[in-house]
Ligand binder design. Structure first.
Ligand code: ZN
Length: 550
């Protein structure tokens, strides 16, 4: 592929841009423009329907989105499409599925028997396991579409089956079958299974509904193929054919994937398509060759992206190591998730849910850089280019509470107390517009959800009323001292240090003293770094609670 990378920068931020350009998507847009494409410019991604539409599927949608947005900002009309390879046969049972809300369920929660009977059948001919959409494929596509809407990405879902049924693919099928010798020769360079009998068309058996791979004759004048419904091997297993001998039109079957992908480029007029590393080594080289030497078209501008891992492991719906878009949006603002995909796609990265605070901190820094508040030229240049596509509106008065601080505020449901704490830390003042306060508090709910999901150091609840706590007299006296120290006005770090001093002065175990504090504030014997936490709360409330007055 055309490598647009300049010399790699060694710095963490410098490599985010992805090229000598400040933003990788701008470099890709340049490359598309040099071809003088017809309008609308078509940007494609694609997916094979599987059990769960997860965040990994969004690599292509989001990478395509940024390129589309850059082109739109340059005045081009852009159509972003996402094809579902839904005429593909179901080759094995998924272990997990996602329901219409994106909740992941096991096969035991659906009609798994119906799925088992449909092995070998195109996804569009298999009933929706949840009984809601018109097919398994439609269910999966609607999940992706809903998730794209949640991220504000205007993507058009395209069904392969529809392109076959409405005749869009028909001329391409005919073209390939007319040049079957050339087709064999070209694909044979990439796949050893291609022999002199190979026919690049897989009809659907009109008797059992399964995809068949054994074509016995082609009649170009009639526009049909003859077939025998033989067994198909899929991942080491055999899916039995019914033995039926029949005839199918060019609309009643599918091109094998290696031909189908370039056929999509042709019929949809695709100008750009990002894809994962697996395709870069497999179907991209053959696809380009087939496009140029069988179909006679120019393949789209390609871009290979690195897969990201989730919590250090490969994303896998079968092993359950997945996160869906609705799930991640309970933890992150949409802009932060868009930022994740705006980062250099050629760099492998990990989405570590336990350290989402680092991702959010990175986003906050990126945002500050856009407004010129970060002294780092490389991130500032990247932010200047990419930030407007990451947020819905560029608004300078926005407030971002650091994610871990937002998690601290999430320890109370009391809105006023949250605002008070934000005010104490200097994030909010009398001039802060109401919308900015609301937006800031929005992050608090997400950080709260994160604390609960991870059950981490922020997963505590401030008790709004005084819990019943038994404390010894010497602890009472120490609490009284601490209350006086807090009342005098000290920051969290000072309070934390003073807690050790106070315990020592009163001859009580430090652990016992902290435990009394945790019980008073959380009704639990442990919690976060207490002194620092108390420093963020309303002083009067802390003093009252330490004195056990309310
Ligand atoms: Zn059959």
């Amino acid at each position: 592929m055309n490598d647009t990378d300049g010399p790699r920068s060694e710095s963490e931020t410098g490599s985010e841009a992805g090229s000598q350009h400040d933003f990788w998507a701008a470099a890709v847009a340049d490359e598309i423009e040099t071809r003088n494409p017809e309008e609308p410019i078509v940007i494609k991604g694609g997916v094979s329907p599987s059990g769960v539409a997860h965040l990994g599927n969004f690599n292509e949608i989001m990478r395509g989105y940024f390129v589309a947005e850059v082109l739109r900002s340059r005045g081009h009309e852009v159509r972003q499409v996402f094809t579902s390879d839904d005429r593909d046969p179901l080759r094995k049972l998924p272990r997990k599925l996602a329901d219409a809300e994106g909740t992941i369920v096991g096969l035991g929660d659906v009609d798994a028997g119906a799925l088992g009977r449909n092995l070998g059948t195109p996804y569009t001919d298999i009933p929706d396991p949840f009984g809601e959409s018109e097919s398994y494929a439609a269910h999966f596509a609607s999940l992706l579409k809903a998730d794209a809407d949640r991220l504000g990405v205007p993507v058009e879902m395209v069904s392969n089956t529809e392109l076959y049924e409405d005749g869009t693919f028909e001329p391409v099928v005919e073209h390939v079958l007319e040049r079957v010798a050339t087709a064999r020769e070209v694909l044979g360079k990439y796949q050893s299974k291609v022999d002199g009998d190979y026919v690049p068309f897989n009809p659907i058996c009109s008797n059992c509904g399964k995809i068949t791979e054994t074509v016995t004759g082609v009649d170009l004048d009639a526009g049909t193929v003859d077939y025998v419904c033989t067994d198909m091997t899929a991942g080491g297993d055999t899916i039995e054919g019914c033995g039926f001998e029949g005839t199918a039109t060019f609309r009643e079957g599918k091109l094998p994937w290696r031909f189908e992908w370039p056929a999509q480029w042709q019929v949809l007029g695709v100008d750009f398509e990002p894809f994962g590393k697996d395709h870069a080594e497999g179907s991209w080289p053959s696809g380009r060759d087939i496009a140029e030497n069988v179909l006679g078209i120019e393949p789209p501008v390609p871009m290979t992206y690195e897969w990201f891992t989730l919590n250090g492991e490969a994303l896998s719906s079968s092993s359950g190591n997945v996160v869906t878009v609705p799930e991640i949006l309970e933890l992150l603002e949409p802009a932060v998730l868009r930022y994740f995909f705006a980062l250099n796609p050629r760099r492998a990265r990990d989405l570590d849910l336990s350290r989402l605070d680092q991702l959010v901190d990175g986003f906050d820094r990126f945002e500050r850089a856009y407004f010129g508040d970060v002294d780092d030229e490389s991130i500032t240049a990247f932010a200047k280019r990419a930030y407007p596509y990451v947020v819905d509106d560029v608004r300078a008065e926005r407030i971002r509470l650091p994610y871990t601080f937002a998690a601290v505020l999430g320890m109370t449901d009391d809105r006023e107390l949250r605002i008070e704490m934000a005010r104490n830390e200097g994030y909010v003042d009398d001039d802060t517009p109401e919308w900015a306060v609301e937006a800031a508090l929005n992050r608090v709910d997400r950080a709260r959800a994160w604390a609960e999901r991870m059950d981490n150091a922020y997963n505590y609840r401030i008790q709004e009323t005084l819990p019943e706590v038994d404390v010894d007299d010497d602890v009472v006296a120490a609490l009284e001292d601490l209350a006086a120290f807090v009342a005098a006005g000290h920051d969290g770090e000072a309070i934390q240090g003073e807690m050790y001093e106070t315990a020592r002065r009163h001859g009580i175990e430090v652990g016992d003293f902290f435990e009394a504090g945790y019980l008073l504030f959380f009704d639990q014997p442990q919690g976060p770094r207490l002194g620092e936490f108390l420093g963020e709360l309303d002083t009067e409330f802390v003093v009252r609670r330490l004195r056990r007055e309310g």
